[in-house]
Write a protein that binds this ligand. Sequence first.
Ligand code: NSP
Length: 220
Amino acid sequence: MFTDTAHAATRALWLASKRHPFIQQLQAGTLPRATFRDYLIQDHHYLLEFGRLYDLAAERCQVPTQAAQLRANAADLRQGEIATRETFFAEMAITPAIIAATPVAPTNYAYTSHLYRSLATAGVPGAVAGLLPCYWLYAEIGEELATKGSPVPIYQAWIDSYTASDYANAMTDQLALANAVATPTNQAALCQIFKRSSWYELNFWQMALDHEQWTVAKPS
Ligand SMILES: Cc1ncc(CN)c(N)n1
């Protein structure tokens, strides 16, 4: 199955994400609040693009049941993960104006661009493969962190949001969709896309930890 192959091919990258200092500090409660705040702002930009990708993939999808699932995924994302973050934003004094004034950081821009590229070059299966590590890796990180928890309530709430049953159900549907769109012909390309998304997931933690900025000048 495609998901087994992709998961096996990215084991080392995923382990690096699970052991990343951002995750370790979040679990220990030592992650600076300013770092988490910046992560939330960048991640909001990311999640908006994620929803748009689902919409675009749904528009292009020729299989009605899969198109319906992609549309449902977009709705679930907006009513679930994106909506959940509103309580975090209130606690961290993150306003729509602050989000709008914060440029998308280079790694975030590159990751979301990779997702659009995956749709452009490998169609709906490419988008599905590119989006899958986002769900799946966070579910695994949430599961691992849940066993220890975090002493900081907002970090614990973040962990809880990835172990909630609706997130787990969405995960199962994503895996089934990925296996449905994979074929012997496209599987190698999908695996490459999945791997690259996994690499960007790892770099996203580092981006947040570094408060990454455009080094020369922000493109307008
Ligand atoms: C970058 C990133 N990757 C994954 C997730 C979990 N949906 C997220 N919120 N942000």
